[in-house]
Structures are given as C-alpha cells and as structure tokens.
Design a protein around this ligand. Structure first.
Ligand SMILES: NC(=O)c1ccc[n+]([C@@H]2O[C@H](COP(=O)([O-])OP(=O)(O)OC[C@H]3O[C@@H](n4cnc5c(N)ncnc54)[C@H](O)[C@@H]3O)[C@@H](O)[C@H]2O)c1
Length: 318
C-alpha cells in the first residue's frame, strides 16, 4: 500500500516536473522571438546591409526576355559571372551581348528547354565543364496561358506545369551538387502574386505558382535540417503584374497605385532580396502583409476587398 503511494507520488512529481519544463521552454522560445523581433526592428531602422556578390557564379533561366534578361544585366553590372539559359537562342544571345557590353562579369549563353529533365542534367555537366560549379540558381522561367479552365487544353495544362514547376525540380536536383562543391549556395525562385491569391482566367498558372511556393517552403526546411545546414539559402519572389508582355490582357483598376511594374525595377528588387538573404518577398512588399491580414478576415470581407481592387487578367481568347 505504502509502496503504491510512493510510486504514485513519484509519477505525479515527474509529470509536474515535465509540465514545468515545457512551460519554461515555451517561455524561453517566446523571449527569443521577442528579442529577434526587437533586433529586426532596429535593423529596419538602419540602412540595409547588402552582401557582395561579385564572386558569385549565377545561373538564370529564361534570360532571353523580360525579368530574366534584366536580372542577367543587373548581376553582370555587379561583377557576378552570369550564365544565361533560355530555349530561344537568338534572344538569349542578345541578352549576353548587352551584358558583355558592361565589361564587368563574365557572361555565358546556354540553350536548354528547362522543362526537359535530361536537357537540364546535361546542362549541369556542360556548365561545370565549361564555366565551373555555380553558386546561385535563379529559377525564373515561366509561361502563362490565360483563359477559363474549360478552355485550357490538356496539353496547355501539362505544359504550364512542366515549364513553371517541374523545371524547378530538375534544376534544383541538377545544381545542388555544384553548391555542395562550393560549400555555399542560394536558390531563388520566381513565384508570383498569383501564387498568393487565386485569379480567374489563370487557374493552371495560379496552381503552378502556389506549387512553387510549397516547393520552396519545403525545400527551405529540408536545407535547414539536412546535410546542407546553413550552407544553402533560399528566396522566393512574388511579383505583381510586370510589363514584359507575359500578361497579355492585364486588368488594372488603379494604375497610379497598382499599375504594371517595370521589369528593371523587379530585377533590382530580386537582386536586393538575394543580397539581404530574404526568405520571401512580394513586389511591391506591402502585398504580402495585405494578403496575410486579409486572410484573417471573414471570407466575404476578403472577397469584398478583392472586388474593390479588381485587378487581374482578361482571357486572351475574347
Ligand atoms: N510578367 C509578369 O507579369 C509576372 C508577374 C509575376 C511573376 N512573373 C514570373 O516571372 C518569371 C519571368 O516572367 P517574364 O514576364 O519575364 O516572362 P517572359 O515571357 O518575358 O520571358 C520568359 C523567358 O523564358 C523563356 N522560356 C520559356 N520557356 C522556356 C523553357 N521551357 N526553357 C527555357 N527557357 C524558356 C522564354 O524564351 C523567355 O525568354 C516567370 O516565372 C513569371 O511567371 C511574371
């Protein structure tokens, strides 16, 4: 009887000790979060410290046009070695010529359909042999079929996933070993505001951009925990509609506040996000906060705000 009571008391005190330990750990976590937020507030008030990227070897996909071309020019202007990859040889060579005129970093052109796994694997070997291992991968390629779901053909839906999503899997798998060799790396992915909010006429496109967000968030976790711990950084970019021609029929209600972005400005913001090791960046930056706060509201309030902003794309079949 006494023995049973002693066992009971020991179990109860062990449970109490466990609970106290959990509470202390939670309070410590809370304190660390509070301190981190305090440090972040101070950092926000100070001028941004951007890391030097002149020694980086940066591979960018989709450099023949638009944001990719502007990224290539921006990285070259900062003295990085730039590897331009596109399916369109003529346009890619134009980008390379423009970048070479800056007379700063080394610039190379490679032709590849990044939606094809075997082409990407071969690209990784060629790049390593001809230029050396890369340290920065920018998954920029994207296409945008713009019409209602029932008018999207099976081939179109498959292709948009091949180009916008699977290409990113292939390049990550192909180039992680380059970064491992260098003992450092950074993977940057282009999602979109359409990867944060669903939009009509863009059902498959939005699904691909949400997929990129999921891919990058999970990849970040794996890199944080696995053998690449602290070696390889990730950044996901969510730009608003940009004036490259990709959005064929943009619908903008407030052009002075939320008009189409300039691809040069978008490229500049992406490089800044890379240089400050940001995890997720919307362009403009306020959109991520607006979306996060809006999702706390009841559903119909969010829809009212969406209807008020009334921006998106019209079908290209009209
Ligand atoms: N333009 C926008 O409004 C906007 C907004 C948000 C996000 N984005 C995203 O930014 C990225 C760049 O968009 P953009 O407007 O500069 O596009 P763009 O159409 O101007 O340029 C895309 C480039 O990718 C190349 N490309 C297409 N398929 C390819 C493939 N399979 N293999 C290799 N190269 C290929 C094209 O030849 C082209 O040079 C995309 O991921 C897009 O979804 C664009």
């Amino acid at each position: 009887m006494i023995e049973r009571e002693i066992i009971h008391t020991t179990t109860a005190s062990k449970r109490l000790f466990d609970v106290l330990q959990d509470v202390v750990q939670f309070l410590l976590l809370f304190l660390r979060i509070f301190l981190e937020m305090f440090v972040m507030l101070i950092q926000k008030a100070l001028p941004k410290r951007l890391k030097d990227i002149s020694g980086e070897v940066v591979l960018i996909t989709g450099t023949g046009h638009g944001i990719g071309r502007e990224l290539a020019l921006h990285y070259a202007s900062l003295g990085s070695t730039v590897i331009c990859v596109d399916i369109n040889e003529k346009n890619n060579l134009q980008t390379v010529q423009k970048a070479k005129r800056l007379n700063l970093g080394d610039v190379h052109s490679f032709i590849c359909d990044v939606s094809k796994r075997e082409q990407v694997m071969a690209l990784a070997d060629r790049v390593k042999a001809e230029v050396g291992p890369i340290s920065v991968l920018i998954n920029n390629v994207g296409i945008m079929p713009t019409h209602p779901i029932l008018q999207q053909s099976a081939e179109e839906i498959q292709r948009v996933f091949d180009v916008n999503v699977f290409s990113q899997f292939w390049t990550i798998q192909a180039f992680l070993s380059h970064m491992e060799e260098k003992n450092r790396g950074h993977i940057i992915a282009l999602s979109s505001i359409a990867g944060v909010v669903g939009l009509s006429n863009l059902v498959p496109y939005c699904a691909t951009k949400f997929a990129v967000r999921g891919l990058m968030e999970a990849l970040h976790e794996e890199l944080r925990e696995g053998p690449y711990r602290n070696m390889i950084k990730t950044t996901t970019i969510f730009p608003y509609m940009t004036n490259t021609g990709l959005c064929k029929h943009p619908k903008v209600k407030f052009p002075s506040i939320l008009g189409l972005l300039d691809p040069k400005e978008v490229a500049m913001r992406i490089v800044e996000a890379h240089r400050s090791d940001a995890l997720e960046v919307t362009i403009p930056s306020c959109l991520l906060h607006i979306n996060n706060w809006t999702r706390l509201l009841p559903d119909h309030c969010g829809l009212m705000l969406k209807d008020y902003i009334d921006s998106g794309v019209e079908s290209d079949l009209i």
